[in-house]
Design a protein around this ligand. Structure first.
Ligand code: PCA
Length: 325
């Protein structure tokens, strides 16, 4: 290269570097739906700190927990429309928009952390595409612990659940409620303790994590470790906001997202038994479902797997095939 060409290259590089590092610092509000003390929220706060560090303070993400900025059910739309540049949402709550969003909530398809990771790896490319078509950029996802059944009395068969007001948080939980002859009521985690306290709901499916957050033992007597599925919270950014970031900040968001996914998963694994122990320590009866209940729930699983496959079509089938390979 001639000296003048080298000089030009250096100049261009310097100018690009200058553009990237001198672009205005900005703040991103990040609505989330769970308590500040929940590990998902702690993971989001660590993600924000990582982004701040990696961008030398030029991208400052502020986490707003507990549905305070946008209620859980409104977060996805808020980020799609740019009312918030980034947010965290339980993605299976949106399976009515597209069945692929419910891939993590097919009963008993992937009911351990390892299986859930494998399923997510198989599903992620399709989900990223789908989110992108909705003006969203996938940043990271973290699973909840396996889902169990909370009740106010011992349950030995599905017949014991008939007519019970059942708190649902997703399409899959509402469907289980229907199959079991319960009465579904859609309630965000942030409103759950209120709903239990006032008798709006008398049973629900969730993790030990959320049971711990709402002090389930104040209202419920039994927790059955059904291990139905491990739903995920997905963190996504508004595509326009993300695309407008200088390349180095985009890279920071992605890198910190990868770190958050890994640390969030590790936390979920480490905490699962601790939450269950806390339920038991607070005098809840914790047990596996009995044989009859288990068989009936497995039957719901078969029905719902077939329903999901029919709705999700070839894209869904490709995911399940990749997962089962
Ligand atoms: N907690 C959330 C979703 C799944 C979970 O474990 C909830 O109950 O709303």
């Amino acid at each position: 290269m001639k000296a003048s060409a080298v000089g030009f290259a250096v100049l261009v590089a310097a100018a690009q570097g200058f553009a990237a590092t001198s672009a205005r610092a900005e703040g991103w509000d990040m609505p989330t739906a769970y308590p500040a003390t929940n590990y998902h929220t702690e993971t989001a706060v660590a993600f924000a700190a990582c982004v701040k560090g990696a961008t030398a303070g030029k991208l400052d993400v502020t986490v707003h927990p507990n549905g305070a900025l946008f209620k859980g059910n409104d977060i996805k739309r808020a980020v799609q429309t740019g009312q918030a540049p980034i947010g965290e949402r339980l993605i299976s709550a949106h399976a009515n928009e597209n069945p692929l969003f419910g891939v993590d909530s097919i009963p008993f398809l992937a009911s351990s952390f390892d299986a859930s990771e494998k399923l997510w790896t198989a599903a992620r490319p399709e989900l990223e595409k789908l989110l992108s078509s909705q003006n969203l950029v996938y940043v990271y996802a973290v699973p909840w612990p396996p889902q169990g059944l909370y009740t106010k009395k011992p349950v030995t068969t599905v017949a014991d659940l008939k007519g019970v007001k059942f708190r649902s948080y997703s399409v899959a939980t509402a469907r289980i409620s229907e199959l079991a002859g319960m009465i579904p009521v859609q309630i965000e985690a942030a409103d759950l303790s209120q709903a239990l306290a006032t008798g709006v709901a008398d049973a629900f499916i969730s993790s030990g994590s959320t049971g711990f957050d709402v002090k389930a033992w104040e209202y419920m007597t039994n927790f059955y470790t059904v291990d139905a599925w491990l739903p995920r919270n997905v963190v996504f950014a508004n595509k326009d906001a993300f695309d407008a970031l200088p390349a180095d900040r985009q890279a920071a968001v992605k890198k910190c997202g990868d770190e958050a996914a890994a640390s969030g998963l590790a936390q979920a694994k480490a905490l699962t038994q601790k939450y269950i122990d806390a339920l038991a320590a607070n005098k809840m009866a914790v047990s596996a479902p009995g044989a009859e209940l288990k068989t009936q729930l497995d039957g719901f699983g078969k029905t719902m797997t077939a329903e999901w496959e029919a709705k999700a079509g070839p894209a869904g089938k490709a995911i399940i095939d990749a997962y089962e390979k």
